[in-house]
Design a protein around this ligand. Sequence first.
Ligand code: SAH
Length: 246
Amino acid sequence: MKTRARVSALMVILSIYFAIPGDASPHDQDMDPFRILRHDMVRRQIEEPPGFRDPVQDNRVLSAMRAVPRHLFVNAKDISRAYGDHPLPIGYGQTISQPYIVALMTKMLEVKSEHRVLEVGTGSGYQAAILSALVKQVYTVEIVEPLGKQAADRLKRLGYENIHVKIGDGYFGWEEKAPFDRIIVTCAATLVPSPLLRQLKPGGKMCIPVGGQYTVQYLTTVEKPQEGAITMKKSIPVRFVPLVQQ
Ligand code: SAH
């Protein structure tokens, strides 16, 4: 009886010890209560998705998707839906993309750790945060000033030091930082912007949704070879907010 009482007392002490949150930061994976949801998101939506989708099984991409705290990139009222299989509104008529699309585009880019990458359409900063772990530097341009500022603050607060945010029209890329090894456009363009083609390094690759606001858009991979003509390859139909011009 006495031993049982002692064991229960110990259990109580241990459960209190483990229940008290320590110095929990979003990067402290073990203390993050959203970790299970995030791992579940990766497995069910990306790694082993429903039959109509091609799985993304690139380990570097999957671990980045497991690490970035997506719930800190959505509006507070949507936090419970952050790991759902859908895009979410982030204000100003814009959206954070569906997790599967973020993973797919990241895989399509075939990034390497020494790469410098340009993103057009910072939005919440989530896609930039995913790339941050996989490449050397991320340059991201957002046209809606309050969204760009919010994303820059958020990324700084979360400790992403290799992401640089600029407010401006991403149609024109980021001339002073060009050329880039990779370019990712997360809003839909009717045609691939020529400044972006110019700012892509020979041997570089771009992933961009191409199509109008009310027509079908296709995720398109653009490759600029060391020599010869640029090639474009269409893949799946997608739905992105339009690339707007000032
Ligand atoms: N990558 C974002 C989602 C992008 S939504 C994320 O991870 O959350 C598309 C974004 O592109 C919107 O924020 C929109 O304001 C921005 N955008 C649209 N046209 C643009 C342009 N010409 N230049 C830069 N950003 C643009």
